[in-house]
Design a protein around this ligand. Structure first.
Ligand SMILES: Cc1cc2nc3c(=O)[nH]c(=O)nc-3n(C[C@H](O)[C@H](O)[C@H](O)COP(=O)(O)OP(=O)(O)OC[C@H]3O[C@@H](n4cnc5c(N)ncnc54)[C@H](O)[C@@H]3O)c2cc1C
Length: 338
């Protein structure tokens, strides 16, 4: 193995909310920690799907936006300066003779670690892209696959393509902010929550269904208008736009991790009460971890991370007593925030 590879105590695959909190707790246990995240940013599903939604079911936080919650998680995760690697998808795992692990990313980058915590959610998140030729050229300007800031659409003409919950939600959220919202959906019936669909239908949103987006016309590197086709009679309409937002669903893919030989149950990884998977030294937490009574909620994952870390520490050093540590009486933290 390459000499330059640094050996970590714990490598957390996935920088979602649960991976981030696990990294914080791992620092509390003085474990040399690395987080590897596929996306170019941290926070997992929260900033990806719902940065502006209000989260109300995490203990001690009556309400917080997804964005603020993510900011806080990142600040907390960085308390003990873990190594953070962004934009890398871990694909391969090799257990070496000395019991340590060699992880390899799709890019070929390698990581050496004594233990692994899988905090991958259901896997890497990718939006289903438009298949219109040349559409990708507008991704840096005004073609978007998610909404980061509602305010950035103020007084704009926005076209949304899609008819699921998120697309209908976005139409309702943008309606009071944008100058005009149009929504194009290729089916006759919507699949979103009935109350949200009714709200949209009763609003000023121009709903085109069954229509599909067929062409984007650009000017100066931006989409200036969109062409939509009536699915039944084939008639074409042109809509001037300032921005196009596409919500055609997401692909969530655990990728080759599913082939590592871990015991799986309906797409999730089976763990015992110590969050240990069927491979000694590999733990799983958060949405991907499966056990009886499992709740796929952030609050549940925040308990699983510390359990996994404490047992990872025991795995590395079986004589280390399992300790419960409170952040309030952990000296390095007291000094840091005095
Ligand atoms: C619309 C919506 C609203 C929700 N609202 C709430 C709510 O109000 N309250 C609540 O408690 N829960 C809510 N949830 C559920 C909550 O978001 C999840 O339970 C939580 O995000 C799980 O965190 P996680 O860290 O396990 O996984 P994720 O958030 O999915 O993060 C996993 C990360 O791992 C990365 N990853 C995956 N595979 C690899 C790999 N091979 N290499 C590197 N990185 C990888 C992914 O890119 C991702 O960033 C909501 C979910 C959705 C979709």
């Amino acid at each position: 193995m390459e000499k330059q590879l640094e050996l970590y105590d714990i490598t957390i695959i996935g920088g979602g909310p649960v991976g981030l909190f696990t990294a914080f707790y791992s620092g509390m246990r003085e474990m040399k920690t690395k987080i590897i995240e596929f996306l170019p940013f941290l926070g997992g599903k929260v900033p990806y799907f719902y940065p502006e939604k209000i989260i109300r079911d995490v203990g001690g936080i009556p309400h917080v936006s997804g964005e603020k919650f993510t900011e806080n998680l990142i600040e907390q995760a960085k308390t003990f300066d873990p190594e953070i690697v962004l934009g890398e998808q871990v694909t391969e795992m090799e257990k070496l003779e000395d019991g340590t692990f060699l992880l390899t990313s799709k890019s070929g980058a390698r990581h050496h670690t004594k233990t692994v915590v899988l905090a991958t959610g259901y896997g890497t998140l990718k939006s289903v892209k438009l298949t219109i030729p040349g559409a990708e050229l507008f991704e840096d300007s005004n073609l978007h696959y998610s909404i980061r800031k509602l305010e950035s659409y103020r007084d704009k003409h926005v076209l949304i393509s899609g008819g699921g919950n998120s697309a209908v939600d976005w139409a309702n959220e943008l309606e009071p902010i944008a100058a005009k919202v149009s929504l194009v959906y290729r089916k006759s019936a919507f699949t979103g929550f009935e109350s949200n669909v009714t709200r949209m239908m009763n609003s000023s949103v121009d709903v085109f269904n069954p229509y599909e987006l067929t062409e984007l016309e650009g000017k100066d590197g931006r989409i200036a208008s969109a062409f939509i086709r009536q699915v039944e009679d084939g008639s074409i309409h042109q809509i001037p736009v300032d921005a196009v937002i596409v919500n055609h669903g997401f692909q969530i893919d655990l990728g080759s991790i599913a082939g590592w030989g871990l015991t799986m149950k309906q797409g999730s990884i089976q763990v015992d009460e110590s969050m240990h998977t069927s491979i000694p030294g590999i733990f799983a937490v958060g949405d991907i971890a499966s056990y009886s009574g499992k709740l796929q909620l952030i609050a549940g994952g925040f308990n699983e991370g510390p359990i996994a870390v404490n047992h990872a520490k025991l795995h590395i050093s079986p004589k280390d007593e399992l300790e419960t540590i409170y952040s309030t009486n952990y000296a390095p933290l007291t000094e840091k925030y005095e």
